[in-house]
Write a protein that binds this ligand. Structure first.
Ligand SMILES: *[C@@H]1O[C@H](CO)[C@@H](O)[C@H](O)[C@H]1NC(C)=O
Ligand SMILES: *[C@@H]1O[C@H](CO)[C@@H](O)[C@H](O)[C@H]1NC(C)=O
Ligand SMILES: *[C@@H]1O[C@H](CO)[C@@H](O)[C@H](O)[C@H]1NC(C)=O
Ligand SMILES: *[C@@H]1O[C@H](CO)[C@@H](O)[C@H](O)[C@H]1NC(C)=O
Ligand SMILES: *[C@@H]1O[C@H](CO)[C@@H](O)[C@H](O)[C@H]1NC(C)=O
Ligand SMILES: *[C@@H]1O[C@H](CO)[C@@H](O)[C@H](O)[C@H]1NC(C)=O
Length: 334
């Protein structure tokens, strides 16, 4: 990740870098129960080819039962499903949109996992496009070992062009984790389910739906994309924000993020009712696009207003022309 990161830093005005050192003297302020105006500093910054060198291509069969064949790095690159755009350094992760596939068959797709794992911090994805199209199930999430005991944090997820982003925690069954009913003023989204416990067989987790129609699918893409942020703080909880391109805070653009100034998050899982330290550890980041499967297929497909059967849609190559992530960067700050 280093060479691109240096290029990126070299392009920043010096005042921005100086600002990173001088802005830590303010009196701490409190937003809800997330105290501290801490300015975060970069731990890992992934851009361009970093996604191919510092992340691994997952090549197993889809654990969520999707109609996909995940490609290894060399196959994904040679098929044009994973590349860096030379004109803007964005990283494209795509579903095959040219091959003939039988109805009910499997289409080539890409799922990558960060080699580094994390135990807290501020996680940022800046994307200008996310995969859209009936039957698609895009996600950006983190996962720990020994699922569900190591926990899972779904920062971006949804199916079949749903209008708003669904954020979810999955915890193991061994420790408490629910969304606090008394905390509804601490997030702008709507709670879909409160119990975060997952077992090997039952795993819907605890979800909050973002309130903004620029947070997912066509709404996200039409707004020029934007930023998703997760602040994982053992002592206060998990907070997630979405910013449409036009609303990205300057401190984030300047790489000196101060989440306490960002306002109420879209989703918040308080440490008061979720044992964050015991339920979430050694998280690796994952960027994925699958097709149909456990969630996007079945009942959810017809309910979403998509026509026909999900597994028949796989045969329609033109449906996947926009089934791609265009990622500007992913960063982890501490
Ligand atoms: C990558 O996948 C292709 C196509 O399935 C296969 O031919 C090739 O051997 C694989 N390469 C590696 C390094 O696994
Ligand atoms: C590369 O990026 C430019 C500028 O965003 C865009 O116009 C072009 O379509 C992209 N090309 C590919 C092949 O993704
Ligand atoms: C959680 O509890 C289950 C069932 O008792 C057990 O199999 C598992 O090892 C425990 N996991 C951890 C991380 O303690
Ligand atoms: C959610 O969105 C609706 C419609 O845009 C708006 O009226 C409402 O105030 C929003 N709720 C919150 C909590 O932001
Ligand atoms: C959060 O808790 C985990 C698990 O106990 C620990 O490994 C990690 O260091 C903690 N994170 C921070 C930032 O203190
Ligand atoms: C294939 O998908 C495209 C885009 O979703 C749609 O416009 C078209 O009607 C579909 N064709 C068939 C045969 O289903």
């Amino acid at each position: 990740m280093h060479s691109f990161y240096k290029l990126f830093l070299a392009a920043l005005p010096l005042t921005t870098l100086v600002g990173a050192h001088s802005s830590s003297n303010h009196r701490p302020i409190t937003v809800g129960r997330r105290s501290t105006d801490k300015t975060y500093t970069i731990q890992d910054f992934y851009l361009g080819e970093d996604f191919f060198n510092d992340w691994d291509f997952f090549t197993g069969s889809d654990p969520t039962g999707g109609n996909v064949i995940y490609q290894n790095k060399s196959a994904a690159e040679s098929k044009g499903l994973a590349y860096v755009n030379d004109s803007d350094y964005s990283t494209v992760l795509a579903v095959d949109s040219t091959s003939t596939v039988a109805a009910g068959g499997d289409r080539d797709a890409v799922r990558i996992t960060s080699q580094n794992s994390y135990n807290g911090g501020l996680f940022i994805m800046d994307a200008s496009k996310m995969p859209v199209g009936c039957s698609t199930w895009p996600s950006f999430w983190t996962v720990g070992p020994d699922w569900p005991y190591g926990g899972e944090i779904d920062i971006v997820e949804g199916i079949n062009d749903q209008a708003k982003n669904q954020m979810t925690l999955h915890s193991g069954t061994n420790h408490t984790c629910t969304i606090d009913t008394d905390d509804s003023d601490e997030y702008t989204g709507s709670v879909l389910s409160r119990n975060c416990y997952s077992t090997e067989t039952s795993d819907s987790g605890c979800s909050i739906m973002d309130n903004s129609s620029t947070s997912f699918a066509y709404g996200f893409n039409n707004a020029g994309g934007g930023v998703f942020a997760l602040l994982w703080d053992n002592s206060t909880g998990m907070a997630m924000w979405h910013f449409a391109r036009a609303d990205i805070p300057d401190d984030l653009t300047d790489q000196v993020p101060t989440p306490s100034t960002w306002g109420t998050p879209s989703g918040f899982w308080s440490a008061k009712t979720c044992d964050i330290t015991d339920n979430f550890y050694d998280q690796q980041m994952v960027i994925d696009t699958t097709i149909c499967g456990n969630w996007a297929g079945g009942d959810a497909y017809s309910k979403s207003g998509c026509s026909g059967k999900c597994t028949d849609m796989v045969a329609n190559a033109t449906n996947y022309v926009d089934a791609k992530w265009v990622i500007n960067y992913v960063a982890v700050y501490q």
